[in-house]
Design a protein around this ligand. Structure first.
Ligand code: 3HC
Length: 289
């Protein structure tokens, strides 16, 4: 396997993919941000410019460093433009079939000695790896970043059934190089982070639905009493209510316990298209998008 990571392809330019691409470029790695949508790539680029501008204003980086990082970023709708990269991270929607399709495409496009990582939030790495077959499954791994990626320290590192020790060691090394703290977790639905976080968020929806308290008060109680930086309902909007819903569905399906079924209140908001920050309205109002 190739060892030195000089270039990375990040597949998917949504919130997570965009954040991963930025952190990669700020680490000094040539980064290809790949997405099927030009509009999404434009949004990602605008977000990168904004965050780096703020970093310069705050004195966290110089204008020259920001310019250098921007120069390392290529935005493209063609995975082939990135065909020579030393590493690939998939960060598309939390949908197993979609992820598997991307893994097949990555396998066909990139060199056969690179790590193929997935920023899956809950979908099994062992399952995703079936898309590339037994010979390539050892180089498939979960590299789960957290939102906002430039701020959050954790990378949850998930080994699938066939993931090799070498792939794991290289993933830990890359996460550390990016300034993150890699922590291992095994390949069970939701791993540790979302196994614990999402049922807590779901329970906050039940507390709201049952009239235990108003949303703002539920959040205040958890912020002031438990020292959460954001209350669970504000965090749900921040993550995306559709994402929370989809992760709960994976937990419910894979772990089989009814306690994981998404709260009707969460389901109703998702059905109405009130997805949180990204749609301008979720549990709370953010102004129409
Ligand atoms: N990108 C880059 N930097 C950002 C950012 C973003 N999107 N959002 C905030 N920041 C930076 C700001 O620049 C600021 O730094 P500065 O003060 O030095 O300029 C710093 O973070 C704090 O931001 P704010 O002052 O605007 O606001 P807060 O102090 O409230 O912090 C927060 C914002 C970091 C988002 C904080 O509220 C927080 O930690 N919230 C919880 C986030 C969380 O739990 N994330 C995990 C979600 S689960 C997940 O991702 C897993 C997935 O699988 C679902």
């Amino acid at each position: 396997m190739s060892t030195e990571v000089k270039s990375i392809a990040v597949i998917g330019a949504g919130t997570m993919g965009s954040g991963i691409a930025l952190v990669s470029a700020m680490t000094g790695i040539k980064t290809y941000q790949v997405d099927v949508s030009d509009a999404q790539l434009e949004r990602s680029k605008a977000g990168h410019t904004k965050i780096m501008g703020r970093n310069v204003e705050k004195g966290r980086m110089t204008a020259e460093q920001a310019e250098a990082a921007a120069g390392l970023l290529t935005y493209t709708t063609s995975m082939t433009d990135a065909k020579d990269v030393d590493w690939a991270v998939e960060a598309v929607f939390e949908n197993a079939e979609l992820k598997k399709g991307i893994f097949k495409e990555m396998q066909a496009t990139f060199r056969d000695d690179i790590v193929l990582a997935s920023n899956t939030s809950s979908i099994s790495i062992t399952d995703v790896a079936t898309a590339v077959g037994d010979a390539d499954a050892p180089r498939v791994i979960g590299m789960h970043f957290f939102n906002p990626v430039p701020v959050m320290k954790l990378v949850e590192v998930i080994k699938g059934l066939a993931t090799s020790e070498e792939t794991t060691a290289r993933t830990i090394a890359l996460a550390e190089r990016m300034g993150k703290v890699p922590v291992p977790a095994n390949d069970r639905a939701g791993f540790v982070s979302n196994r614990v976080l999402m049922p807590m968020i779901n329970e906050a929806f039940y507390a709201w639905m049952e009239g235990v308290a108003e949303p703002a008060d539920i959040d205040s109680i958890m912020k002031l009493g438990c020292n959460f930086p954001m209350g669970p309902l504000r965090l749900a909007d921040f993550i995306g209510l559709d994402v929370c819903h989809d992760i709960m569905m994976v937990l419910h399906r894979e772990l089989g316990d009814p306690k994981f079924f998404p709260c009707p209140k969460l389901r109703q908001l998702v059905t109405a298209g009130r997805l949180g920050d990204k749609s301008g309205q979720g549990v709370f109002e953010y102004g129409k998008k």
